[in-house]
Each structure stands twice: as C-alpha cells, then as structure tokens.
Design a protein around this ligand. Structure first.
Ligand SMILES: Cc1cc2nc3c(=O)[nH]c(=O)nc-3n(C[C@H](O)[C@H](O)[C@H](O)COP(=O)(O)OP(=O)(O)OC[C@H]3O[C@@H](n4cnc5c(N)ncnc54)[C@H](O)[C@@H]3O)c2cc1C
Length: 421
C-alpha cells in the first residue's frame, strides 16, 4: 500500500517509544475533481466497501465517494455491531453466508483491526412451535455451509446461566447457537475500508451533499453537489435511510420506507455477557462491548421518519424485555440511547441492482441488518458496477421482485412466515 503505511506489531512498538508522532491521517482529503468514472453517493459502510472493492478487486481507481457529512457518521457508526449468517430464505442465505466469509478475512484484507469477535450468537426459543421454526432455520444454515447447533434448556443454561429461565410468560426452552456469529467494532470497519480505498487512489470527499442526479436520454451523466457539479459515467446510490430521497432526485420511486431504530448502552461493567443473545418473543438483543458497556436494542419505532431519535414507548418496551430476560440488568445504569434511520423494504430484504436508468445503480433496503452485510454488499455492488452482471451471492436481490412479486424473499409474497428473513 502506498502512502499511509502498514500497521504491524513492530510499527506500534516503534511509535510507542517515539511519542506516536509518526502516524499520518488515515485517508487523504482531496478536493472533488470535475469528473470521475464512478461516483458513489454515501460514505457509510456500504459505500466505502464498494469503493474499496472497485479498486482492490477490479483495478478501478477513478472513483469518488461523496458523503454529505463525515465518513462513518451514519448508521455504520450507530448500529449494535452484530455480525452473523443465520438467514433462512434463499436469496438472503447465500448473500449473508458470503459476507461472513469476507468478515473472517477482513482484518488481513484491510490490514486494520476491526475487532471482529466470533463470540457466538444464541437465539432463544420459548415454545415448541418456535423450536420447530429454529430447527428449520438451523437446517437451512447448515445446508448453506454455515454452522448451527440446537441447544436444549440445559445447553442454554451452560452458556447463559444469568438468564431468568422460569418466568411465567416466556420460559426459556432452548436456543439456536451460531458459533461464528458475533460482533465487530463498527467505526473501525468504516475507517478500515476508507483507508484501504484512499490508499488505492479513491477520492473520499466529505461535507459534499448530492443535491441532484443528472440524466440524459435515459442514462446518468453526473451529479449536482454542494461543492459543484461532478460528471460521471456510473453513479451508485448507497445512502441507506436516505435511499428513497436520493433516488427521487433521478425520478425513481423505491419500495422503501424509512423508520427509526433505537439502541442503548449502559455504563461499563465487568465482563458478564460473553455471547450475543437474542430474545425474539420480546424483541430484545444484547451483547457486551469491549469497553464493558451492555449494548442492546429492540424493534423499530414503526412509523416512517427521518428523525434520528426515538420515542419513549419503545424505550419502555425494550427495558421491559430486558428485565424479563435478565433481571440483573436492572442494576446497570443506561448511559445513552440513540436512533438511526432504517431503509425498510416490504419483504425485509435488500436490493443490489441496476435502477432502470443506464449507469445508475442501487444498493439499499438494508433494514435493521445492514452492518453484517457491509463486506458482502460492497463486494457484490463493486462486481455489478465493474462487470454490469450481478455477483452470484446477490443475484436474487433484484429490484423488479417488488413489481411482479416473483422472487420476493417472503416466499413469493404468500408465506405465512414473512418475518423469517
Ligand atoms: C440502532 C441500530 C442498530 C443496528 N444494529 C445492527 C446490527 O446489530 N447488525 C447489523 O447487521 N445491522 C444493524 N443495523 C443496521 C445497519 O447499521 C445499517 O443497515 C447499515 O449501516 C446501513 O448501511 P451504511 O453503513 O452504508 O449506512 P450509513 O452509514 O447510514 O451510510 C449512508 C451514508 O449516506 C450519506 N448520505 C445520505 N444522503 C446523502 C446525500 N444526498 N449526499 C451525500 N451523502 C448522503 C449519509 O450521510 C450516510 O453517511 C443497526 C442500525 C441501527 C440504527
């Protein structure tokens, strides 16, 4: 890699004894050029990963990422950091499986410590019916080549002895263990991809809001921004919660609603939770950060909004679920809560596709699960932009499934289990 230098144990030692004065900024801060081959709108996890793989896997370097705020200030820095490949339905299953494989080599690929921790994820079940659904899901995961293990009540107790197993409403019957699931440090993922892309020649342009998308005779020709017009042969919309608004600049109406999702963190406590635990009945999930904070969240606020803050009824609902599952959490003080804007599709599954306007690509619909998708999405979108063909792992994530109903991830739109994505 050029310029910014590689991280290594020796380098850390050298910098440590010389006052850490040798570290350079992690990415360049260029002014926008008047034209690029490819412009990516949105400097979140997906936009930065796409830029990285365009340069690294396809040798395409005349690329700019345009970010209206600062890199990583969107949902990539607001999520609860869970990484997993435990999806059930074809389409999602192979995509997230591929993404997890990329996660497993990511620190080497980026030469960056993203603190990927495969500490294991346990989804709890509370009834025989729910156990059957988890058996199906586990079999689908194993068929896909991923890991899944069904635990009975004692099996869960061995891993998570602090749970309340006998509460009257949701007694714990068992769980599905996904050992390769876990967490990663969200900011570091954005920074690692940014550094890798910048080092390979990609221009990362912050404080540059896209305000218009230019088209001519059915093909994209560039964008208007708060820092002037930029011409481009190819443009990708990778703006997560803002996807609907940005696509509207090109006259497109996407099958997306934006909703708020909240999360919470407590003050730091000693190590107590060494897995990711998910409690589907109360919609609550939790893990412990490396700093000791208990990081947890619940369901969407369920009303369309672009406000990055939540409401008190959902906070109450999440706290109630936390207390039901692990009463000990009542002793921890909540340090802060926050919200992020989620790009929700009708079938809860993403879109990586051409838009219908030549040269304009879409990467959106990540709902509340797009952090784990960052490597897979960047890889697949870069492949699509570079070759104009979908990558195998993302071949089913098509836009037209919402027009004709064929290929919807909820089993053609007729499945009773629409939430099993
Ligand atoms: C509370 C919470 C918890 C979550 N937990 C998890 C989890 O545990 N696991 C998981 O897999 N996923 C989780 N997610 C979802 C995940 O964070 C998102 O799906 C994912 O980060 C979205 O992709 P992104 O990183 O590219 O988005 P973002 O980081 O939001 O990037 C989009 C970027 O586009 C920029 N932008 C928008 N409009 C414009 C414009 N006009 N011009 C220029 N730039 C623009 C924005 O400023 C933003 O930086 C969670 C989300 C939230 C909010």
């Amino acid at each position: 890699m050029a310029g910014l230098g590689r991280f290594s144990g020796l380098r850390v030692l050298k910098e440590g004894v010389s006052g850490n004065r040798g570290w350079a900024p992690q990415w360049r801060d260029p002014a926008p050029k008047p034209a690029y081959d490819i412009v990516i709108i949105g400097g979140g996890g997906h936009g930065l990963a796409t830029a990285f793989y365009l340069a690294q896997a396809h040798g395409l370097k005349n690329v700019a990422v345009l970010e209206k705020g600062y890199l990583g200030g969107g949902n990539v820095g607001r999520n609860t950091t869970i990484v997993r490949a435990n999806y059930f339905l074809p389409g999602n299953s192979e995509f997230y499986s591929h993404s997890l494989k990329l996660w497993e080599g990511l620190e080497q690929t980026l030469n960056y410590n993203v603190m990927h921790s495969q500490r294991g994820l346990i989804n709890l079940f509370h009834s025989d019916g729910q156990r059957d659904a988890f058996c199906r899901r586990g079999n689908a995961m194993v068929n896909q080549g991923d890991d899944a293990e069904l635990l009975d009540r004692d099996g869960v107790r061995r891993h998570l002895p602090y749970l309340d197993f006998d509460q009257a409403r949701f007694p714990i019957h068992g769980g599905l263990l996904h050992r390769r699931g876990g967490t990663a440090r969200h900011d570091a993922v954005a920074w690692g991809y940014a550094r890798g892309a910048s080092d390979r020649g990609v221009d990362l342009i912050q404080n540059c809001e896209v305000t218009g998308i230019d088209t001519e005779a059915g093909r994209v020709t560039g964008v208007q921004t708060s820092r002037g017009a930029i011409r481009a042969r190819k443009v990708a919309i990778v703006t997560a919660g803002r996807s609907g608004q940005v696509a509207a600049m090109a006259g497109l109406r996407l099958p997306i609603e934006s909703h708020v999702l909240q999360a919470f963190v407590t003050e730091g406590v000693k190590p107590v939770i060494d897995h990711v635990v998910s409690f589907g009945m109360g919609h609550f999930y939790i893990s412990q950060s490396d700093k000791g904070g208990l990081v947890f969240g619940g369901d969407l606020d369920f009303y369309p909004s672009y406000a990055q803050r939540g409401n008190l009824p959902m906070q109450e609902h999440v706290m109630e679920a936390a207390m039901t599952l692990m009463p000990m959490i009542g002793k921890a003080r909540v340090l802060r809560s926050w919200g992020g804007i989620m790009d929700m599709t009708p079938d809860g599954s993403p879109i990586i596709d051409k838009s219908g306007i030549e040269g304009l690509y879409l990467d959106c619909g990540w709902c509340y699960g797009g952090f784990k998708a960052v490597p897979g999405s960047g890889f697949a979108l870069a492949h699509l932009i570079a070759t104009d063909r979908p990558h195998d792992s993302a071949a089913k994530l098509r836009l037209d499934r919402f027009r004709d109903g064929h290929g919807l991830m909820d089993e053609e739109g007729t499945g009773a289990q629409h939430n099993l994505h």
